[in-house]
Design a protein around this ligand. Structure first.
Ligand code: SF4
Length: 328
């Protein structure tokens, strides 16, 4: 069942967690270190759900990648190095970050009809710091704009980071802990410097997982609660802070569980609760949290060019199935 459940076992020959594990057990060090499985595995831990021995393949694969000096494929290391150097995965300079925030601020002043609207950046003593995915600054600033609009209506006491704001971390996938820590630690230091009570991470699963992993395994500073923004939305909808109207979204819809957020971090109900509240025809996906597979294991596979085609093949197959069967 572990191999049958593996997202890549049927599209990449010999991508078999059992065979790889056997190489490790038999001490076949060189064969194991050269095995393309190490990079074909997307660290999703789907196979772990089925394993009667509870073997966590995400940990095994990550450890093999990062602890034995093997070369990293694609441009993962380039992105990691840029992140360490610039403070964010997409190498956005500080002035571009502030210009983007100012641009969003102007847009929201008009959209909200509030000429005094300000985006909080580097605010000391806020209830929470909101950690981003760098793409929300570099490419998809409209997504951040929508999130800030929700914060406005909820009257949230938040701040964005001033010196560090990106919570993503490709060190999660390269397995090199020194890089991982160097990338992630400054964001927690920023949270402590600003004196916030909580850390809220944007919808990105790997950003959430990275922030939690850093705090739980490598951080010796003050521990702050780390929450997904989906959990915050869920709470605001439940306690009436946010009023939502599901009739605005009448189309049939479902939700796909991202593995880093749901299976690996346990944020299970928040996304369903929010979708149920805001969509009048919401259907729970038959692929539940324990068996879901990443549609496109984006951050893991994207930098490895050779795997992109495989990822899209799987995505196409899954989308076709959903279109024919529906999510129920
Ligand atoms: S962690 Fe995911 S991709 Fe890797 S072997 Fe297990 S199921 Fe396959």
């Amino acid at each position: 069942m572990c191999t049958a459940g593996c997202v890549y076992s049927d599209i990449i020959p010999d991508n078999d967690p059992r065979k790889f594990l056997r190489k490790l057990v038999l001490g076949m060090r060189e064969e194991a270190l050269k095995d393309p499985f190490i990079w074909n595995c997307n660290v999703c831990e789907r196979c772990t759900v089925e394993c009667p021995m509870g073997i966590n393949f995400g940990l095994i694969t990550r450890g093999m990648r990062g602890q034995f000096g093997i070369p990293t494929p694609g441009f993962i290391d380039k992105v990691v190095n840029e992140h360490i150097h610039s403070g964010n995965q997409m190498d956005v300079p500080a002035d571009e970050y502030m210009e983007t925030i100012e641009w969003i601020e102007e847009e929201l002043q008009e959209e909200l009809g509030d000429p005094n609207y300000k985006v909080n950046v580097g605010k000391v003593g806020a209830e929470f710091i909101f950690g981003l995915n760098a793409r929300e600054i570099k490419y998809y600033s409209h997504e951040l704009q929508e999130i800030l609009k929700v914060f406005y209506y909820a009257k949230a006491d938040y701040t964005l980071g001033l010196h560090r704001w990106d919570c993503t971390n490709l060190g999660l996938f390269s397995g090199k802990n020194d890089d991982f820590i160097e990338i992630q630690r400054p964001f927690l230091e920023e949270a402590v410097r600003l004196g916030v009570k909580k850390i809220v991470v944007t919808e990105c699963g790997h950003a959430y997982k990275s922030t939690r992993l850093m705090a739980e395994k490598f951080w010796d500073g003050p521990q702050l609660p780390i929450i997904s923004v989906l959990e915050v939305y869920d709470e605001w909808i439940k306690n009436g802070t946010l009023k939502v109207d599901p009739t605005k979204n009448p189309e049939p819809c479902t939700v796909h569980d991202p593995c880093n957020l749901v299976r690996k971090s346990g944020v299970l109900e928040a996304n369903r609760n929010v979708m149920k509240a805001i969509c009048s025809d919401f259907a729970k996906c038959i692929l539940t949290a324990s068996i879901t597979t990443a549609v496109v294991p984006a951050a893991a596979v994207w930098p490895c060019r050779s795997l992109r085609q495989s990822a899209w093949l799987k995505l196409k197959e899954k989308l076709n199935r959903l279109m024919v069967q529906g999510p129920r």
